[in-house]
Each structure stands twice: as structure tokens, then as C-alpha cells.
Ligand binder design. Structure first.
Ligand code: G3P
Length: 218
């Protein structure tokens, strides 16, 4: 499984978000790998109705409908075609009680939760909330081009073991610095169900070629 987080990169918003999502759809079709994208709120409605892969939000606020100025909740994301959301990304950390609220809310709406964590202990803690996915990403490697699966294989292995020990159904992703097919295969070899990545694809000179290489097509 490959999840691509478009973040707020200039290479992946507006028209470029749609183009990259279409590339992801094409590579998913050709490779048979589950590929999903996480896009910004403004692009989500158009991207979600234009591609046949799952489209996620990058964050949701832990609120219901009501007097919450500036908030975007899970119901809104669902209404516009989003299949779920990242929760607690390192660049958008949340309190444990709010993570729990978001995971429960997404579950009750039939949507998927991908909760990000920064180390093995927080991965175990989050697994207790029973999200669909937990994605371990050492913050110091995010955006570095140095793959967690190569630089810190023990983090991936231990995160997988501790998460599955707490909740055997939870799927474990790893992220930070994942760039190429070798990084991806190593992550799977370490027991991860997939990877969550951003800059390796979004900021590549040739995004299509980069994703085809990551997926092992070229
Ligand atoms: O959400 C994915 C992310 O934080 C990893 O970023 O750029 O290291 O792939 P990157």
C-alpha cells in the first residue's frame, strides 16, 4: 500500500493536485498496488470525484457540526467524497483525547483513519484506539530523503510488533524519507503493510517516473 501526502506543496495543489492524483490512479491500475492520496481541503472535492483511487483529507478537526469557526469535520470530508483522513500528522499534532474522537468519528461514518505517530511508544498507544492504520514517522527523517526503512529499521520493526501486539487488526505504515522502490520493499520486509510518503514523489522532477519506480514498474 502506498499513501501519498500532498501536504501544502506548491507542486501538488489545484491543477497539479489533480494531475498527480491521476498519475497515482494510473500507477495503481498498472501495478495492482493500493495507492491513495491525501490532498488539501480545497482540492479534495474535485480530486475525489475525478479519480478511482481513495482520496483522504490531511487533517480533520475533532468537532461535530456547530459553532466551530474555521473547522472542518469528518462529515464534511465524507460529503465531498473523501474516504478518510490522516490524523495527528507530525506537522499537525493533536491531543490524545482528540485523536480518539477523530478515530471514533471516522469509524462511525464508515471512513478510514490513518493516525501518525513519531516513535514506537506512541505507536503502541495509538494502536489501543483501534484506528485502521497507524503510520510511524520519525520527525527528524521527514523530508530528508533518508528512508526510515533504511536508517531506522528497528523503529519500523518494533512499531509493527508493538502495534499488532495491542491490536492485531491495525495496519502499520511507515514513513519519512521513503523515495524509491528499495525503500518501499524494505519497509514491507520489516513487516509494514505499506508506506506514507510525500516529498519523494511530490517534489520529484518527474512525478510519474518517480511513482512508477517506487511501485516497481520501471
Ligand atoms: O506524511 C508523509 C510524510 O510526513 C513523510 O514525508 O517527505 O519524508 O516522504 P516525506
Amino acid at each position: 500500500m502506498i499513501f501519498i501526502n500532498f501536504k501544502a506543496y506548491k507542486e501538488a495543489f489545484s491543477r497539479k493536485a489533480l494531475e498527480l492524483a491521476k498519475i497515482a490512479e494510473n500507477v495503481a491500475e498498472k501495478s495492482g498496488i493500493y495507492i491513495a492520496v491525501a490532498v488539501n481541503y480545497l482540492d479534495l472535492p474535485l480530486v475525489a470525484k475525478s479519480v478511482n483511487i481513495d482520496v483522504f483529507a490531511q487533517h480533520i478537526d475533532p468537532v461535530d457540526f456547530g459553532s466551530f469557526t474555521g473547522a472542518v469535520n469528518a462529515e464534511m470530508i465524507k460529503e465531498y467524497g473523501g474516504r478518510g483522513s490522516l490524523v495527528n500528522h507530525s506537522e499537525r499534532r493533536m491531543k490524545l483525547a482528540d485523536i480518539d474522537f477523530c478515530v471514533s468519528k471516522l469509524r462511525s461514518l464508515g471512513m478510514k483513519s490513518i493516525v501518525c505517530t513519531n516513535n514506537v511508544s506512541t505507536t503502541a498507544a495509538v494502536a489501543a484506539l483501534k484506528p485502521d492504520f497507524v503510520a510511524v514517522e520519525p520527525p527528524e527523517l521527514i523530508g530528508s530523503g533518508i528512508a526510515v526503512s533504511k536508517a531506522k529499521p528497528e523503529v519500523v520493526e518494533n512499531a509493527v510488533a508493538s502495534a499488532k501486539n495491542i491490536c492485531k487488526e491495525v495496519k502499520v505504515l511507515c514513513g519519512a524519507g521513503i523515495t524509491n522502490h528499495e525503500d518501499y520493499v524494505r519497509a514491507l520486509d520489516l513487516g509494514a503493510d505499506g508506506v506514507l510518503l510525500a516529498s519523494g514523489i511530490v517534489k520529484a522532477r518527474d512525478q510519474k517516473k518517480a511513482l512508477e519506480e517506487l511501485a516497481g514498474l520501471i
